[in-house]
Ligand binder design. Structure first.
Ligand code: SF4
Length: 295
């Protein structure tokens, strides 16, 4: 029997948001440091990485957002059987409003019809919360703050793509991913991280791509073929020379994460979710005693 207290859980969710907005995960910082070290002294790429790393340190030290765009708040919540999604959603909303008051988040929710900003980062579909029921006896909240610039260069392909010579096979998938990064150049605030969703319909494919972005950078895909493809793409995409923020350099992409869904024989979608260097993802688990751990 879960014993969580609403007010306490709201505060714990607020802390999750604070961590996400101000403190980049260790695996991302490590990867950025390695990329900085890998660029020659005096190069633009090294100086851009240096600036980004200083920015990341400052945000952590002062508990302030690391980028002026605090992004779309995307939650993935795993719940044991019997939990009320409605109640958890209400607590996430409360925590979001308070995070805006405390300036961890900016009020970024704009009514698409009227153009009016809601002022509290809440609105239809904002934040986006995806629930899944699981067999574990605890809840896990995963949050990602996804910037608008990188979302703008995220894209979806429909295979075959005659212009790119991309057929309905893994070689075709490879070609469209390279094309997407080439098209994005520095506009997605490179270095980027790619979440790829192969198959599904247009909507499920896009969600599958975003879900891949909750994986840690050094992990290895459980599917051996996909693991191989992720490594090859990472190496090849970094040969493009786009570099951080498009200034040229050896690191354009920090990671490639691929997932797949079954599809209709008639359709073959490849969705590419491009995440920027401000790869703000954090998670929190809540056990039956109401205790939380953050990652
Ligand atoms: S895309 Fe990312 S780094 Fe660029 S402005 Fe938006 S949040 Fe900031």
């Amino acid at each position: 029997m879960f014993q969580y207290d609403d007010k306490k859980l709201k505060d714990q969710l607020l802390e999750l948001i604070r961590r996400a907005a101000t403190d980049l995960p260790e695996d991302v910082v490590d990867s950025m440091r390695a990329a900085w070290k890998n660029e020659p002294e005096g190069s633009s790429a090294r100086s851009v990485f240096g600036m980004l790393l200083k920015n990341i340190e400052l945000a952590k030290a002062e508990s302030i957002p690391m980028c002026q765009d605090t992004g779309t708040n995307i939650y993935l919540v795993y719940i044991p059987e019997g939990f009320s999604m409605r109640k958890l959603t209400a607590l996430i909303h409360e925590a979001t409003e308070e995070a805006v008051e405390k300036s961890y988040l900016r009020p970024n929710a704009v009514d698409s019809i009227t153009g009016k900003n809601s002022g509290n980062n809440l609105g239809e579909g904002q934040p986006f919360i995806h629930f899944e029921e699981w067999d574990e006896d605890y809840i896990e909240f995963k949050i990602m703050l996804k910037g608008g610039g990188c979302e703008n260069v995220s894209t979806q392909y429909k295979l075959p793509d005659v212009d790119l010579g991309a057929d309905r096979d893994m070689d075709g998938v490879y070609k469209v991913i390279v094309d997407a990064v080439n098209e994005a150049q520095g506009q997605g605030c490179a270095p980027g991280i790619l979440g790829i969703g192969i198959g599904g319909d247009r909507a499920s494919s896009s969600l599958a791509a975003k879900i891949q972005l909750y994986r840690k950078l050094p992990d290895t895909n459980e599917n051996a073929e996909m693991a191989k493809m992720e490594s090859k793409l990472l190496a090849d995409l970094n040969e493009l020379g786009v570099g951080p923020m498009g200034f040229g350099g050896k690191t354009t992409i920090l990671g490639v994460k691929i997932g797949s869904l079954h599809r209709l024989p008639a359709s073959f979608f490849v969705s590419i979710s491009y995440m920027c260097w401000a790869y703000r993802r954090r998670s929190m688990t809540l056990n039956a005693k109401g205790e939380v751990t953050y990652d």
